[in-house]
Ligand binder design. Structure first.
Ligand code: SAJ
Length: 435
């Protein structure tokens, strides 16, 4: 099948890089988004998200006439849906007295509906949004079939999970292995043909529900592995052991690879996706739900540790360094660092956060400093929450000259204890014995 024109619906962290990458390969792409402000920014040749290399690639695509943006889809050979599937704000589920979160599929449904008027026989539709099992066959297919066309026979329908790592999206889009699951083997084959235009990695064909499950399994596997690392940090704390040393020695075992503890698990993927499996089968997922709760309670563990280092929180001034959900990205969604800040404030501390990737972010319940010096001014303690390179490389001696704080707390094992001690700080590390 030839793909002269494709339509990418949703121009966020996945859709915009995907649209730009196809355009860079010479395919005519219409990028669609319902957010007028994002469209305005894009029409000015700017982008509304931060991802290495994306701005240049987007601008080249626009300049080459291969990419345009619009508020509604138009006729095309293929449609790629890459819209968000966040949690439902107002609804949740319950199993055995414990609540679990539900996926909000409204954006996926709206995207599918928007394709109906322009869907033609022979077209290909691919869902990329992470979704609960069976969304492609039970939710998307029936909506598209309102066109009078049947999925799998009149048009092709597939699910293909995005698996790229924020911060490396452009490279991973091309290089990672890609799973494509069709509602029929022919749909999978045609979807694989489309991705072959941009993907250098392997393309693996399967059915749509398997592809959905694969994505959820990958992120759940990671979440559970981080949960056990976080639980190890609590055990190490209880037994007076340095968890970082213990993990690095355990990982010398040829078949053990323990991940890193930290202040919790954030972002819009790993902290969200496991709930989609719980939602699909709450009776079968006690381990998955429990790992989610362990990771969600890690900020409270950090706060306990801060209290031990500082004494009662009331009136204490804390400079919190880093707010993003992980190092070297500007993404603040579901960030455990922000949860730590909110909990500390609830405990009576006065926290000023510094996020070098978004110094002027507007985050409910969090006061941000425009600069590191503003955060350090008058602080009693410095709390490292995200190992952004810029923060990990701070010189303790230099910091000592810019603040009166003499307590440093590292929750991510990024600072070298000895050099902070030499600079005059009492140094604490999460999951390691107190000084
Ligand atoms: N984290 C830890 N300890 C670790 C590793 C990570 O606490 O050892 C924390 C991070 O700080 C962060 C969270 O986990 O808060 C998630 O970060 P991440 O780097 O593990 O993953 P994401 O959410 O940025 O991207 C993941 C990736 N999935 C996997 O690695 C299995 C990516 O490939 C997916 O495309 C992405 O989710 C997604 O969109 O689903």
């Amino acid at each position: 099948m030839s793909f002269n024109r494709i339509c990418v619906i949703g121009l966020g962290y996945i859709g915009l890089p995907t649209a730009s990458t196809f355009a860079a390969q010479g395919v005519s792409v219409l990028g669609v988004d319902i957010n007028e402000r994002a469209l305005e920014t894009l029409r000015r040749g700017e982008i509304h998200i931060h991802e290495a290399g994306l701005r240049d690639m987007y601008r080249a695509a626009i300049a080459g006439g291969k990419l345009a943006v619009a508020a509604k889809p138009a006729e095309a050979d293929a449609f790629v849906i890459a819209v968000p599937t966040p949690f439902h704000e107002s609804r949740s589920g319950e199993h055995n007295g414990q609540r679990y979160r539900l996926a909000d599929l409204r954006a996926v449904k709206a995207a599918a509906k928007s394709i109906v008027p322009v869907l033609h026989p022979g077209n290909l539709v691919i869902l990329e949004s992470t979704s609960p099992p069976r969304t492609t066959v039970d939710v998307v297919a029936p909506i598209l079939e309102r066109s009078g066309l049947r999925s799998g026979s009149d048009f092709h329908l597939a699910y293909s999970p995005e698996r790229v790592l924020p911060g490396q999206i452009l490279r991973e889009l091309r290089e990672n292995a890609r799973v494509v699951g069709g509602v029929t083997p022919e749909s999978a084959r045609v979807a694989a043909e489309l991705y072959r235009l941009i993907v250098r990695g392997e393309i693996l064909e399967t059915d749509a529900t398997t592809a959905e499950l694969i994505k959820l399994m990958e992120n759940t596997y990671r979440d559970i592995n981080i949960a056990v690392a976080n639980e190890f940090s609590r055990l190490a704390d209880r037994f007076g052991v340095d968890v970082w040393e213990a993990i690095s020695l355990a990982n010398r075992h040829p078949r053990v690879n323990i991940l890193s503890p930290g202040p919790g698990v954030g972002g819009h993927c790993i902290s969200v996706d496991p709930w989609f499996l719980v939602e699909g089968a709450p009776d079968l997922t006690p381990l998955i739900a429990s790992a989610r709760r362990v990771n969600d309670s890690q900020p409270a563990f950090v706060v306990k540790m801060v209290k031990r280092a500082l004494g009662p929180l009331r009136g204490k001034r804390i400079a919190a360094l880093g707010l993003a959900y992980k190092p070297n990205v500007d993404d603040l969604r579901e960030s455990p660092a922000a949860d730590v800040v909110r909990l500390l404030q609830r405990g009576g501390a006065h926290v000023i956060a510094w996020e070098p990737f978004k110094p002027h972010a507007d985050l409910a319940g969090v006061s941000l400093a425009g600069s590191l010096d503003d955060a350090l001014a008058g602080a009693d303690a410095i709390l490292l929450l995200v190992a952004h390179t810029e923060i990990a490389h701070l010189s303790p001696a230099d910091v000592a000259g810019r603040t009166s704080a003499r307590i440093a707390i590292d929750t991510v094992n990024a600072w070298e204890a000895e050099s902070w001690r030499q600079a005059g700080f009492t140094f604490f590390r999460m999951g390691a014995p107190s000084p």
